[in-house]
Design a binder for this molecule. Structure first.
Ligand code: SOE
Length: 379
């Protein structure tokens, strides 16, 4: 087993999920490579040092350019806010490092394209952290769809609902709240939440080519933490859109941060000719499955508890019946990345695959502005 020296940039929420994944993966999966938590990078030196101690990094750094230039580092992992993704990823690829990036890839298709070009022309391994694909129940849904169990797909519907920005006193900008600042985030719920729904949807159900959307910004101005001034809010607080998939199915998507009572309600439902599937993040280890081919007297929704060794990823964990959680999806994603590396291929989603999601979110925002159907750009 060879070591891979990891440099993680960003020590917020995502820096923690990624660090946990790199730190745990070798204890549960037999892999050709072992990640070594070499350096954590954050702008604030005290914070970076404290994070290094807490998570077991060998060193702390405050300048991402020094980290990218370091001959000791094999892989740069970008877990910093969206406005840093493109510049760091391009520099890391040009320095010959493997690059992992938190979603969404870029703030705009132009940024995403530059990132795709950089990793592809440097020929470096790359992947984007769309972690919900690696929930065992979602991976089981993928297997059932790929085996043709659902038959022809008619409908895909998916939501991602939260309620944490309802208060008008909540400022924008800075730690965690950069998600409300369009110049940093790129967009609101479309890039932050619906990007997950879209990534999973295209992975399960193929490409979508046309969308029509509406968005709303309910609170038009908020104090900005960095300037201290009241400033316009330029992100979308809520978004709903319709889409057509290339396989002929129709889709509805909705996301909001104003759905009182919902903290992270990510659900998806797929209706096929023979069978349907429902998954809900808040009951993430269960897959609801209805198969019309079952004997009529027994036909009904099955609630499959996805915890058995022959179900995706579960043989690596405890014993049948004992479930796992959110953080494990990131561990699975690193395991898949390292397995792919050993087999000389990239794990999905690559930068190019993640750019397709960015192209859909761009078409959604464009449609909300134009109030008409928009085509999704090919990539
Ligand atoms: C926002 O609140 C957020 O943390 C997103 O940034 C994540 O991508 C999503 O998984 C949960 O919600």
């Amino acid at each position: 087993m060879k070591n891979i020296n990891i440099g993680v940039i960003g020590c917020g929420f995502m820096g923690r999920t990624h660090s946990n994944a790199f730190g745990k993966v070798s204890q549960f999966f037999d892999l050709p490579y072992r990640p070594v938590l070499k350096t954590i990078c954050a702008r604030n030196a005290d914070r970076a040092r404290a994070f290094a101690t807490q998570w077991g990094y060998e060193s702390a750094e405050t300048d991402w350019r020094r980290l990218v230039a370091s001959p000791e580092i094999d892989l740069i992992d970008i877990a910093s806010p969206n406005d840093t993704h493109a510049e760091i990823a391009v520099a890391a690829a040009q320095a010959g490092k493997m690059v992992l990036c938190e979603k969404p890839l870029g703030r705009t298709p132009a940024e995403s394209q530059a990132m795709v070009d950089a990793v592809e022309s440097a020929g470096v391994a790359n992947m984007v952290w769309y972690n919900y694909r690696r929930v065992p129940a979602v991976m089981l849904a993928k297997q059932l769809i790929d085996e043709g169990k659902l038959g022809k797909i008619f409908h895909y519907r998916s939501v991602f609902l939260q309620d944490w920005t309802i208060s008008s006193d909540l400022p924008q900008g800075g730690e965690g709240l950069w998600r409300l600042d369009a110049s940093v985030a790129g967009s609101g719920v479309t890039g932050d939440l619906l990007a997950h729904n879209i990534d999973t949807a295209m992975w399960l159900n193929g490409a979508m080519y046309e969308v029509t959307a509406m968005t709303e910004t309910f609170i038009k101005s908020r104090k900005h933490n960095l300037t201290g001034k009241q400033e316009p809010v330029l992100i979308d607080d809520a978004c709903a859109f319709l889409a057509r998939f290339e396989n002929g199915s129709l889709a509805t998507f909705e996301a909001s941060r104003y759905a009182r009572g919902h903290k992270a309600l990510y659900t998806l439902e797929i209706n096929g000719e023979n069978a349907s599937i429902i998954w809900d993040l808040q009951d993430l280890h269960r897959l609801q499955y209805f198969d019309h081919r079952d004997e009529g007297r027994l036909r009904g929704w099955r609630s499959i508890h996805v915890t058995d060794g022959d179900q995706p990823y579960m043989k690596h964990w405890w014993v049948p019946g004992l479930q796992i959680g959110y953080e494990h999806t990131f561990i699975h994603q690193v395991a898949d990345f390292l397995t792919g590396l050993g087999e000389h291929h990239n794990a999905s989603p690559t930068f190019r695959e993640a750019m397709r999601t960015d192209n859909v979110t761009a078409a959604v925002l464009q449609s909300a502005a134009s109030r008409s159907w928009e085509k999704v750009a090919a990539c």
